[in-house]
Design a protein around this ligand. Structure first.
Ligand code: MG
Length: 385
């Protein structure tokens, strides 16, 4: 029985800010959830989104709904939360809150049954997941210097063994085109992707996309605003580079609507936002029915990365063949001590890939003492008989 649900809002001020097409980060935020069973076992999850608001959604709305329920009935718990908030929370922050709870319940279920999250997701088809490096964000530097900074950072990742890199575009069209071309010239053998974080209208996306075509990029991520779901097909009709999107989208119904319009070749739900790991499995079924592969967006701390790793370990790349293009884990390489210095048991991410944990649950464990220095606010909801 679920006895207690705790939330931990964490924060870390960065020494150096970094930017992308929409804003500059100077603070890292995280919301962790701990669901405690009456046996004393804890399951952990995390939510993407504005941590302060999401914390309130978990602590004051969803936690009271879940306290006292059977911890093993995780998808029933999801349905219970969905139904209780359907009238006002089909998407958005409330679904972000449900995502972290779903992740924590999956972790807890694995621990209670003694099986890993990938076993709960259907079983591993690979024991190691290949990674791509996400980084190369914008700094507040003049453009010629910024270009050098990004090329140097990319070179560091290649030296560390990363065979795939994703850059940010969406600064301005001229710089974006130059950056994409220069990066290819510098790294002719590396798999390259570009992410605009919805910075372009359709003609601009075509213009930048043509440069990505010319330089053999592996995907063009969020080329267009997520609300204009009908434009992706028009863009795909004009370009060769595969289009990836979905980190702003949620639930099987949201993805069904997005993907069925065509144009998106790679779906990217974030497991800490899309409705959680169990909802991501349903999104994967929808995508599969349309011939689309799913490569999760992964941001945040180790819990979300571990969830994405288990998800990718259980991913059948479609269609199958003798040697498929391995699905890639997004390895955010930007500074985040809450990811890198706060876990007693962590994933070992490197250019060579990440070994899929086989321990019960997600296979990563926050270190309570190390976590304490990042905590700005806690909540706790406990069973009262
Ligand atoms: Mg992205």
């Amino acid at each position: 029985m679920i006895e207690c649900i705790k939330t931990y809002r964490l924060q870390h001020k960065l020494e150096e800010s970094f930017g992308f097409s929409q804003w500059h980060y100077d603070t890292r935020n995280a919301l962790l959830i701990e669901v405690v069973d009456d046996s004393g076992a804890s399951g952990w999850g995390e939510c993407y989104g504005p941590a302060e608001v999401t914390q309130s959604a978990v602590g004051s709305f969803y936690a009271p709904l879940l306290i006292g329920r059977d911890a093993l009935q995780n998808e029933a718990a999801w349905q219970h939360c969905w139904r209780a908030s359907l009238d006002f929370a089909m998407k958005g922050i409330m679904m972000g809150a449900m995502s972290g709870l779903d992740m924590a319940l999956l972790d807890l279920k694995g621990k209670l049954l003694g099986v890993s999250a990938s076993e709960l997701m259907g079983g591993r088809v690979r024991d190691t997941v290949q990674c791509y490096a996400t980084g190369m964000y914008f700094r507040k530097e003049p453009e010629p210097q910024l270009l050098e900074t990004i090329l140097t950072e990319a070179g560091d990742y290649v030296e560390q063994g990363y065979k795939a890199l994703k850059i940010k575009v969406g600064k301005n069209i001229a710089f974006d085109k130059k950056l994409a071309a220069e990066l290819r010239r510098a790294f002719p053998e590396t798999r390259l992707m570009a992410d605009s974080n919805h910075a372009y209208d359709l003609p601009e996306a075509i213009e930048v996309g043509r440069v990505l075509d010319e330089h053999n990029y592996a995907w063009f991520e969020e080329p267009l605003a997520p609300q204009h779901t009908g434009l992706f097909r028009q863009l795909a009709d004009r370009l060769d580079v595969p289009i990836a999107t979905g980190e702003c989208e949620q639930t099987r119904w949201g993805f069904q609507e997005l993907l069925s319009k065509g144009g998106v070749q790679i779906a990217q739900p974030d497991l800490s936002y899309c409705g959680g790991p169990t909802e991501a499995l349903k999104i994967r079924s929808i995508a599969s029915s349309l011939g689309i592969n799913v490569v999760p967006h992964a941001w945040g701390t180790m819990l979300n990365l571990a969830s994405a790793t288990h998800f990718l370990a259980t991913t059948y790349v479609e269609p199958g063949r003798a040697e498929v293009a391995e699905p890639l884990l997004e390895a955010d390489r930007t500074s985040n001590p809450m990811r890198d210095e706060m876990y007693a048991v962590a994933l070992e991410i490197s250019g060579g890939g990440v070994k899929v944990p086989t321990a019960p649950g997600l296979g990563v464990e926050p270190d309570r003492a190390a976590m304490e220095k990042f905590v700005v606010q806690k909540t706790e909801e406990t069973y009262v008989s």
